[in-house]
Design a protein around this ligand. Structure first.
Ligand code: DX5
Ligand code: ZN
Length: 228
């Protein structure tokens, strides 16, 4: 039996929103019941794409009081932690494949009074985060190769989530288990059953069949059941 995960949260990813009108995207997502926002920072080096930096995080912070989950897809996260904390980030998620002493960087994040998180790309085994788990507030399992929204969920992610939930359970700490990439009403249900409790959703919210509000409500329905 899986340990009861924390509160289930939906975090729309603004990467899929209209950058020319982010304020409206934030408002629509809030109306649809978003619990947090996910912001994808890309440096064109760690991943092939370039997105945005602390200035945009700061602008979003002015528009919402919800937690901001900052996904740092950058080669040297240690250089920018203070800036993203100052910009209003709530959780700073670094990739385990990035450069630096991640244990030390997690401590830096704590000292900055933000929640530290670690993300794993699809090819990275969970073993790599075991020594860090007891220091984290969030573990992000990527359901796609980082860099772009709108990709398809990699099916082997579900087993990895199940294993991650077990590791969290063994650590005895309450760590949010986040799934990022390829989340739809179907894969959200699958990830819930596997023990995820934090759901990043980009194209399924801002590029989905209905309004962001309706899309979020549909996603909420699909994460309602499963292990508690
Ligand atoms: C991918 C990003 C994701 C992306 C998710 O590199 O980390 O957060 O925005 O987009 P969807 O939900 O469309 O896969
Ligand atoms: Zn992301």
């Amino acid at each position: 039996m899986l340990s009861p995960p924390g509160r289930r949260m939906l975090a729309p990813s603004l990467l899929s929103a209209d950058f020319s009108d982010l304020a409206s995207a934030v408002r629509a997502a809030e109306r649809g019941g978003a619990d947090a926002f996910h912001l994808d920072v890309m440096d064109g080096h760690f991943v092939p794409n370039i997105s945005f930096g602390p200035a945009l995080v700061k602008a979003v912070r002015r528009r919402t009081t919800l937690p901001l989950d900052i996904h740092l897809m950058i080669s040297e996260p240690g250089r920018y932690l203070a800036e993203f904390a100052k910009a209003g980030g709530t959780t700073l998620v670094m990739h385990i494949e990035s450069q630096g002493d991640h244990k030390a960087l997690v401590k830096v994040a704590r000292d900055l009074k933000v929640r530290p998180g670690i993300a794993l790309s699809p090819d990275t085994p969970l073993e790599s985060v075991v020594p860090l788990l007891s220091e984290l507030d969030e573990l992000t399992v990527m359901g796609v190769y980082p860099g772009f929204s709108g990709q398809q969920y990699i099916p082997s992610t579900t087993g990895k989530l199940r294993q991650a939930r077990r590791l969290i359970q063994d650590s005895g700490r309450s760590v949010d288990l986040s799934i990022d990439g390829g989340i739809t009403v179907e894969t959200a249900r699958e990830a819930t059953m596997a023990g995820a409790n934090f759901f990043v959703c980009g194209s399924s919210v801002f590029g989905g069949p209905g309004s962001p509000e309706d899309n979020l409500r549909a996603l909420r329905g699909s994460i309602a059941d499963g292990p508690r």
